[in-house]
Design a protein around this ligand. Structure first.
Ligand code: HEC
Ligand code: HEC
Ligand code: HEC
Ligand code: HEC
Ligand code: HEC
Ligand code: HEC
Ligand code: HEC
Ligand code: HEC
Length: 457
């Protein structure tokens, strides 16, 4: 039989298959199951909306991946006729397209693919730092992950948050070093960056799920960026846990102040709509500082961005309260920058310039000390300031910064190059280290303890 003939026979068989499958499906709808009327009506709607192309996919995948098909059936997509083929159908010329039982299909549904129907979301997402998160190959952290630790650590660690560069094998499968991967800045075979499924659960694409803080907490977690831990310990996180059920988490529009008022989630503050501004997929549009860099700096148009964040806060708080909050925040960031981050960086620069440390990163103790200071506790303190986590500001933050700075960085630097920190330590904010407590201050402390706990401290 010719290839063409084979294909025709295949499609005839397929058509019969589809016929039987549809009949079975229909009979299950009318078979007096326990489904309530609403559920039945919904499934009929889904069925009526499903395209011819997608019906061919269901014939096989209904049996082989019932999990995927059922999850999709629950989705708004299914109701609106957006099925397997509408998302996975690909141009035969796409680098990752493969011939799949007569259709051209790709596994990856890139921002460009979703963007055919969701242009606004895709454009905003692609303009954000999220979409650039795969471009960290030149970073110090990447040297740490790939060289100091090892490539497998990067593949299953860094890249699962940041994104891999997905490589297509000759047979159109993906390489195991780069797939599966749902990092937020994944570099896709079609040249686009990012993965919508980093946040959106497939295949139900549930709004309720994506608005939940845990969605962000897959990545915004841990010793160097503990946003989820901070949120959970904040009054906002506590209010969310208490009132989640009252927050219309699955409503179509989700405008704070209209659809819910009980608590803000990560999505509320960084993405969500208010009565005055639409929702956005660029999570950077409301940030006035960059607080992950070694030394914090103001973002471009920071006043405008701050205004947009304040607009969110003002749905639930009064202006004075929020203005003061921002004063406290700014002042904490300045403290970190001026007292610790800038001097620490200056000390490292002096040592480098004098040839006391070589240019290779992470091969000398003091480089690890400095990395901890800004990348771990330095970020923890700053994020605690931004999002109401006092324990992260203090005990996981400034306390550890101070310890690292005074007890490790300074003494390690002095060992390498005596005198290198002298002028820095002479500044008023560090003077206490050499001059110590005055007699009066010491007496005040003794007095405090004896008043509180009685004599004997
Ligand atoms: C004749 C049965 C059949 C039909 C029709 C079919 N598939 Fe598949 N599909 C399979 C099987 C079997 C596999 C797993 C083996 C493979 O990768 O080829 C699979 C795998 C896949 C994969 C995953 C590939 C991977 O590497 O993870 C996707 C995505 C997919 N199918 C989508 C579709 C879409 C979309 C359609 C409809 C246009 C469709 N399939 C139609 C049987 C089918
Ligand atoms: C709204 C778009 C959309 C629809 C509709 C859709 N998918 Fe997917 N599918 C995705 C995305 C996104 C991924 C993850 C790949 C990625 O990150 O790009 C995926 C992954 C997959 C995978 C590979 C992952 C795995 O778990 O094995 C299979 C197989 C698959 N889809 C099958 C289907 C089938 C069958 C249907 C129809 C019932 C379907 N998809 C409908 C978007 C869609
Ligand atoms: C063929 C067009 C099409 C494609 C491709 C598509 N969608 Fe949709 N999507 C829709 C339609 C239609 C709706 C219904 C709401 C609307 O009309 O905007 C929708 C709704 C949604 C919703 C809201 C779900 C809800 O329950 O209200 C999300 C989230 C979503 N899409 C994400 C995605 C993502 C992510 C991708 C790519 C993986 C994608 N969509 C691909 C057409 C599409
Ligand atoms: C658990 C998820 C996760 C892992 C694992 C992870 N990162 Fe990150 N990374 C993030 C998040 C989230 C941020 C943003 C932090 C913030 O804004 O506070 C980030 C920030 C960064 C930045 C700063 C980017 C900028 O714009 O300043 C670099 C560089 C980086 N990571 C590289 C790496 C490397 C390399 C690895 C592996 C050694 C790694 N990360 C491991 C989630 C992760
Ligand atoms: C950082 C996580 C994240 C990523 C990545 C993400 N989304 Fe979303 N998406 C959300 C959140 C959160 C909502 C709910 C926003 C709201 O209602 O306030 C949402 C809502 C949506 C909606 C419903 C309508 C709307 O705009 O509120 C669509 C459609 C959508 N996303 C498409 C996409 C597409 C397409 C991509 C990839 C280009 C994508 N999303 C990537 C978190 C994300
Ligand atoms: C799959 C991992 C992942 C998920 C999920 C994720 N993020 Fe991120 N996020 C990152 C990484 C990585 C960065 C740092 C990107 C860079 O600078 O290269 C980042 C950066 C950010 C930034 C700083 C942006 C800027 O312009 O400076 C904000 C704010 C943010 N994320 C909020 C969120 C919110 C809110 C959610 C949930 C709705 C979320 N993220 C979900 C990985 C993730
Ligand atoms: C009440 C509102 C609010 C909530 C809830 C919230 N944030 Fe934030 N977030 C802020 C503010 C305010 C800042 C600092 C903005 C500035 O610098 O102007 C910030 C800063 C950040 C940054 C720092 C970006 C950088 O410079 O590196 C990240 C990342 C982030 N938030 C992620 C999250 C995640 C993830 C969640 C949920 C676990 C969350 N946020 C919950 C308001 C919020
Ligand atoms: C959807 C409503 C809502 C939004 C939006 C909101 N908050 Fe709150 N906020 C609350 C609730 C509820 C509490 C807890 C009140 C309580 O438990 O007594 C709270 C408490 C606070 C507190 C007191 C913290 C404490 O430990 O008691 C501060 C400060 C605060 N919010 C600042 C902000 C800032 C800054 C923003 C914007 C970046 C913001 N809030 C956005 C609802 C909101």
């Amino acid at each position: 039989m010719s290839d063409k003939g084979k294909r025709r026979t295949f499609f005839t068989v397929l058509a019969i298959f589809i016929g039987i499958a549809s009949m079975l499906l229909l009979s299950s709808f009318s078979g007096g199951s326990n489904d309530d009327e609403k559920g039945k009506l919904r499934l009929e709607k889904v069925k009526a909306a499903t395209s011819k192309n997608t019906k061919t996919c269901l014939v096989c995948h209904e049996n082989s991946q019932p999990g995927i098909v059922e999850s999709w059936r629950q989705s708004t997509h299914a109701e609106k006729g957006v099925g397997c083929f509408e998302c996975h159908g690909a141009n035969a010329s796409d680098p990752d397209a493969f011939d799949h039982f007569g259709s051209s299909v790709s596994v990856i549904v890139s921002p460009k693919d979703c963007g055919k129907c969701h242009a606004k979301e895709a454009k905003e997402f692609l303009a954000s730092y999220h979409a650039k998160a795969g471009e960290v190959l030149g970073s110090l952290d990447n040297y740490l992950g790939e060289v100091v630790e090892g490539i497998s650590a990067s593949v299953s660690g860094c890249q699962q948050c940041h994104g891999s560069k997905v490589e297509v094998n000759a047979d159109k499968t993906f390489s195991a070093e780069t797939w599966p991967n749902f990092g937020i800045g994944r570099i896709n075979p079609d040249g686009t960056s990012g993965s919508c499924s980093a946040c959106h659960s497939r295949h139900d694409f549930s709004l309720k799920q994506v608005r939940t803080p845990d969605t962000c907490g897959k990545c915004h977690v841990g010793p160097d960026h503990p946003q989820i831990e901070i949120y959970n310990e904040s009054k906002h996180g506590i209010a969310f846990k208490t009132h989640q059920e009252e927050m219309n988490m699955d409503s179509e529009d989700w405008v704070v102040g209209e659809d819910y008022t009980a608590a803000p989630t990560c999505a509320t503050c960084h993405m969500g709509a208010t009565e005055n501004q639409p929702s956005t997929h660029d999570v950077g549009t409301r940030l006035s500082w960059n607080i992950r860099a070694a030394i914090s700096f103001k973002t471009k148009n920071s006043d405008e961005k701050r205004k947009e964040m304040k607009d969110v806060c003002l749905t639930c708080h009064k202006p004075n309260y929020i203005n003061n909050f921002y004063k406290q925040y700014d002042s904490g960031i300045e403290l970190y920058n001026e007292k610790f981050a800038k001097p620490a960086k200056e000390i490292l620069n002096r040592l480098k310039k004098a040839g006391k440390i070589d240019p290779t990163p992470f091969n000398e103790k003091i480089e690890w000390t400095y990395f901890y200071l800004w990348h771990h506790e330095g970020r923890r303190a700053r994020n605690g300031l931004a999002m109401l986590g006092p324990d992260y500001v203090q005990w996981h933050g400034f306390y550890e910064i101070a310890e690292r700075f005074y007890l490790e960085l300074i003494s390690e630097a002095e060992e390498l190059m005596p005198g290198v920190t002298k002028d820095i330590l002479a500044k008023p904010e560090h003077k206490w280290l050499k001059s110590g407590m005055s007699k009066e201050e010491r007496e005040k402390v003794i007095d405090y303890y004896s008043k509180r706990y009685g004599k004997g401290e």
